[in-house]
Write a protein that binds this ligand. Structure first.
Ligand code: MN
Length: 404
């Protein structure tokens, strides 16, 4: 772990190694790029201006897109520079005036989302959903072990952590009929989202090995899902209004470079994937997620169990020649594990509402009620046996608007 001259306690939001990037404002000033260190935001724009950093103007922008578009060499150089700022004591007088307490910073959407793709790469999640939705068919769809199944979602309704989520309405079966109304089976999906920094050429697939040339970092994602709307609409074309009303992101983008110590071999794939999906490098990630429902931790899914890696997902989503752009977001799919206490979504955790969970306040839940708050956190192995906090994504359900 980097030793910092900042006084960073164990319960601080971040350490001096993870160094995630976000967009913040304070004191009514412009939105701009910062790095989280301890319980502070490091205000990069003024520091870059006096430090003669290449491309310093990107930090005065209200999104990470211009910085991410500079590419891997710039990402590496900036991370090295920021590490020096927060670990080398002689930089203290320069840096201290540009540290803003997180409690005084307002966090904004960290990047402009270009396209949004959502995958379905947890075997436990796919099997659970198969058993619940299609009990008379094999749990895994036929293509599942051959490719990372996914769909194109809605970029324009991706919101930053802390944004309220309005209960969606839609058509769903009620008794013997079909009615339009507020979802009664509102759910979450804890996921890890990968953020594309540099794009690719239309017509040219991105290989598994080119993952780090394109992907800047990751965020935590809550892919809110209305199971009743989803169930009625999704055959045969897949998720539409049951998913597109809101997707929440953590405000801090963790650079891939901070996760070198979290890399692990993914599970064995059987059958062996097609050549374009074969991976030589271990790009599974040993991330531990935690799902908190109104203050009660109800699930601890392990990202290490994911069958398909983010490098394979990027290779797959470009395998037909589709290009990616700066700001593209692709999410892993619900992270679930084989254990009951690892089930990521509430439809799995409560087995379609038949096994309600009891929260610490004594109340029981099957699906989300108005006023409920869900927070997803994650951590990962860091250098020298340390644990890195990767931030959190939170959101509260507000009632569907009255139609009258
Ligand atoms: Mn999802």
């Amino acid at each position: 772990m980097s030793t910092s001259w900042l006084d960073i306690t164990d319960d601080a939001a971040f350490d001096a190694y993870t160094l995630p990037y976000g967009v913040f404002s304070a004191n009514g000033e412009e939105h701009r790029v910062g790095v989280a260190v301890g319980d502070h935001v490091l205000d990069l724009a003024p520091l870059a201006a006096v430090s003669a950093v290449d491309g310093a103007h990107v930090f005065a922008q209200p999104s990470l897109n211009p910085f991410m578009a500079l590419g891997p060499d710039a990402w590496r150089a900036v991370r090295g520079w920021v590490t020096e700022l927060v670990t080398e004591e002689p930089n203290r007088d320069l840096v201290e005036p540009h540290l803003i307490p997180l409690t005084r910073a307002t966090m904004h959407q960290p990047f402009v989302v270009a396209d949004y793709v959502d995958f379905y790469s947890s075997q436990a999640h796919a099997e659970n959903m198969g058993k619940i939705f299609r009990p008379d068919s094999p749990a895994l769809p036929p293509a599942w072990r051959h490719l990372p199944i996914g769909y194109h979602g809605r970029a324009g309704t991706v919101v930053v952590s802390g944004s309220d989520v309005v209960r969606p309405s839609g058509l769903r079966t009620m008794g013997d009929g079909v009615e339009y109304g507020p979802s009664t089976r509102l759910d979450i999906e804890p996921e890890v989202g990968f953020v594309v920094g540099t794009g690719s050429q239309l017509g040219s697939p991105v290989s598994v090995a080119e993952f780090t040339d394109h992907v800047f970092g990751l965020v935590l994602v809550n892919d809110w899902s209305a199971r009743d709307i989803q169930k009625f609409e999704a055959m045969p074309l897949g998720p539409f209004l049951g998913k597109s009303f809101a997707t929440s992101l953590s405000p801090w983008v963790v650079p891939l470079a901070a996760l070198e110590h979290a890399r692990i071999d993914p599970p064995t794939r059987d059958p062996a994937p097609a050549a374009y999906l074969r991976d030589a490098e271990p790009w599974g990630l040993d991330l531990r997620l935690e799902v908190e429902w109104n203050g009660t931790v109800v699930s601890r899914p392990a990202f290490a169990d994911m069958y398909w890696t983010p490098a394979q997902q990027l290779a797959h989503l470009t395998a037909n020649g589709a290009s990616v752009r700066t700001g593209d977001l692709y999410a892993s799919g619900t992270v679930s594990g084989p254990g009951v206490d690892q089930r990521g979504s509430f439809i799995e955790l409560t087995w379609n509402g038949t096994e309600p969970v009891t929260l610490d306040d004594g109340s029981t839940r099957a699906f989300l009620e108005d006023g409920d708050t869900v927070t997803i956190r994650a951590e990962a192995p860091g250098p020298n046996g340390t644990r890195l906090k990767l931030g959190a994504v939170t959101g509260t359900i507000v009632p569907a608007p009255s139609r009258h």
